[in-house]
Design a protein around this ligand. Structure first.
Ligand code: HSE
Length: 442
């Protein structure tokens, strides 16, 4: 162990999370030193905006726009990338690695797309890249998968992994407000990505699932392969009907292994009906939770704030402390970043959605006149889709379109899709049918 008196940190990106990182390092300096053995010192910060008052004391910290200078500064042992996005972030991470610095990032989008390049470069240079804050905000779910669950074959993973959408779903259900109104509130609270379509279209959750699937199954899947659906199409009718059928609606990232060695995997992100009694159904607001079932450990649930300044900063600074230990020991590579050794990460086929089997919730929009429902019911019957329950909302005094809300018995998704293709082509069906899968395995 070296005789160093401090470990130096350089932070690139003083936005919401970066500000939280500066606060945590300052507020918890004493307890961090008690755990690390030396002080963790924020040596310098780089950002383009040098004017805005972030409400954090930056005295004693060099603060300018000089990212190359920060990376090459001999007092900086660990570089934190919190700028987000792809090109600039990737370039700065690769330069930091090249300069022999350990790196902490929260950039799940970058890692989901370019993780291999970054992890390979770090391995070659003998430094580590830590990214706990990229999934589950403050919940240490990556460390759990890499180390705590390392003895297990993972049977399934179900995660509420996007705080913005979980906040929007919870508020829409509670208040009956419109999607756009609630989304704006989530953005104001600092939960959303710079581009909120990443949140509401399920892309952010799919980025995170790419990383989790690699860690759970050694599956080198690409983000683009993950079937992904967002929450834009949901209306108050869906929340009311879900409630009557005994469910709540959550945007889940789901991964499951098929076969003894998970030769194929399920990996998908979509709004899901989960039984009201399940733990995940009761994860509200911007909270995240990841349920992992392992063959030895059984069912587990990790729960905590999935977004926001201080919870995410907690994960970033946790990574800093872990890497600072590596700096002190002059070591690296204690645990493979994606849990599996790089040569054990292999491409695995993703089970097509058509092969899924389960209940479904359907919202039909149809003209309110005699015979239309009978027509739909017979198309479903011809495709062997059984109807478990139906709610029809009353008409407003005309033959206008009305929603008909249905729960099916378990069926093969390929059959359901064939039926919906026919139904959506019917003259009296006035909008595409909304289909939400039910997940019983929770
Ligand atoms: N936009 C993300 C979310 C931030 O809402 O969960 C945390 O990754």
């Amino acid at each position: 162990m070296s005789e160093r008196r401090t470990v130096g940190v350089g932070l690139v990106g003083l936005g919401t999370i970066g500000t939280g990182v500066a606060k945590v390092i300052q507020q918890n300096a004493a307890v961090i030193e008690q755990r690390l053995g030396v002080p963790l010192r924020l040596v310098r910060i780089a950002d383009l905006d040098l004017e805005t008052d972030r409400g954090v004391d930056l005295s004693g910290i060099r603060f300018d726009s000089d990212t190359p200078g920060l990376i090459s500064d001999p007092e900086v042992d660990i570089v934190i990338e919190l700028v987000g996005g792809y090109d600039f972030a990737r370039d700065l991470i690769l330069k930091a690695i090249d300069a022999g610095k350990h790196v902490v990032t929260a950039n799940k989008a970058l890692l989901a797309l370019h993780g291999k390049q970054i992890f390979d470069a770090a391995l070659k240079r003998g430094v580590d890249v830590a990214f706990e804050a990229s999934v589950g905000g403050g919940i240490p779910i990556l460390r759990s998968l890499r180390e705590g669950f390392a003895a297990n074959r993972i049977l399934s993973l179900h995660g509420i992994m996007n705080g913005t959408t979980n906040y929007v779903l919870t508020e829409m259900e509670k208040t009956g407000e419109l999607f756009d109104v609630v989304l704006k509130r989530a953005q104001d609270l600092g939960y959303a990505e710079a581009d909120p379509t990443f949140d509401v279209d399920g892309i952010d959750a799919a980025h995170k699932l790419t990383l989790l699937a690699a860690m759970a199954y050694g599956a080198a899947i690409t983000f683009e392969e993950i079937p992904t659906e967002g929450i834009r199409a949901l209306t108050p009718f869906d929340f009311e009907a879900a409630d009557e059928f005994g469910y709540r609606i959550k945007l889940l990232g789901i991964a499951k292994g098929h076969g003894r060695d998970a030769e194929r995997i399920e990996a998908r992100v979509h709004p899901t009906l989960v039984s009201k009694g399940s733990l995940l159904a009761n994860v509200d607001g911007a909270m995240n939770a990841v349920a992992v079932t392992g063959d030895a450990v059984g069912r587990t649930l990790s729960y905590g704030a999935g977004a926001g300044e201080m919870p995410t900063a907690s994960a970033v600074v946790g990574d800093l402390i872990e890497l600072a230990r590596e700096v002190l020991r002059e070591s690296s590579g204690r645990v493979a970043p994606l849990s599996y050794l790089p040569e054990e990460l292999v491409p695995k086929p993703i089970v097509p959605l058509d092969e899924l089997y389960g209940r479904a919730y359907l919202r039909f929009t149809m003209l309110d006149r005699p015979g239309v429902f009978g027509h739909i019911a017979s198309v479903l019957g011809e495709n062997e889709i059984g109807i478990e329950s139906v709610i029809q909302k009353g008409r407003g005094g005309s033959f206008d379109s009305v929603p008909v809300l249905m729960q099916t018995y378990p069926s093969k998704e390929s059959a359901l899709r064939s039926a919906l293709e026919i139904i959506d082509g019917l003259e009296d069906v006035t909008a595409p049918t909304v289909h939400i899968r039910v997940e019983e395995d929770l």
